[in-house]
Write a protein of this length. Structure first.
Length: 209
């Protein structure tokens, strides 16, 4: 199965952003992570990982409450942070390579409470005038909504638990860790849906004999 066939030419890319607050206009992105997904033996599985620490943009407002939750020290030199513009450039380059590899024409963001991440990403793109943004400008796949339908819960840790995905709360609010768990959750939902569809199709075929 090719990704382009399953998702109508779109390449799902799982994203998680850790930020210095909840306002995409004034609060900066502090970490960006992306996880690729691919088909393997007709099942969707997680693939390559990418993560970068990001310097707050000049004039960005840091909310102490948000920093307490994430545990991020924006001034820590050990973070080896990139500028917002460079982090976006690197991430977009990797995604465009994946688009070419999978034969897809555009990426679509997958995230938990995806509207939050999309707003921050779009604002960063506008602020840095980033070129060749591979993501669809307004569509996304929200795993909180998928989890509500599939598992009856929207919180990432509980949805993962119900999907039999290990979740370590002590590692939560790390962009890469959250992106990895979100990617596993997305794969679980897609695989369950596809398996149910194959079973239904098989039942219909048998009944028609």
């Amino acid at each position: 199965m090719r990704m382009s066939e399953r998702f109508r030419g779109f390449l799902p890319v799982v994203i998680d952003l850790e930020t210095g607050g909840f306002d995409p206009q004034s609060n900066p992105i502090l970490e960006m992570a992306a996880v690729a997904v691919r088909f393997e033996d007709r099942r969707l599985v997680t693939g390559e990982r990418w993560v970068r620490a990001v310097h707050p943009f000049p004039g960005g407002v840091l909310d102490p409450a948000s920093l307490k939750v994430t545990g991020i020290d924006p001034g820590d030199p050990a973070r080896d942070a990139l500028s917002e513009a460079e982090a976006l450039r690197q991430m977009f380059t990797e995604i465009r390579r994946a688009l070419k590899r999978e034969g897809c024409h555009r990426a679509i963001m997958v995230a938990h409470n995806a509207a939050f991440d999309q707003q921050f990403l779009q604002r960063a793109v506008a602020r840095t005038q980033a070129k060749r943004n591979p993501f669809h400008p307004f569509s996304f796949i929200d795993t909180a909504s998928l989890a509500a339908v599939t598992y009856g819960h929207t919180v990432l840790s509980e949805a993962c638990s119900r999907a039999a995905i290990e979740f370590d709360a002590s590692q939560a609010h790390s962009a890469l860790y959250d992106a990895e768990r979100t990617a596993e959750l997305f794969c679980a939902v897609v695989n369950a849906w596809d398996q149910a569809g194959l079973a239904a199709a098989s039942g219909l075929s048998t009944a028609g004999r």
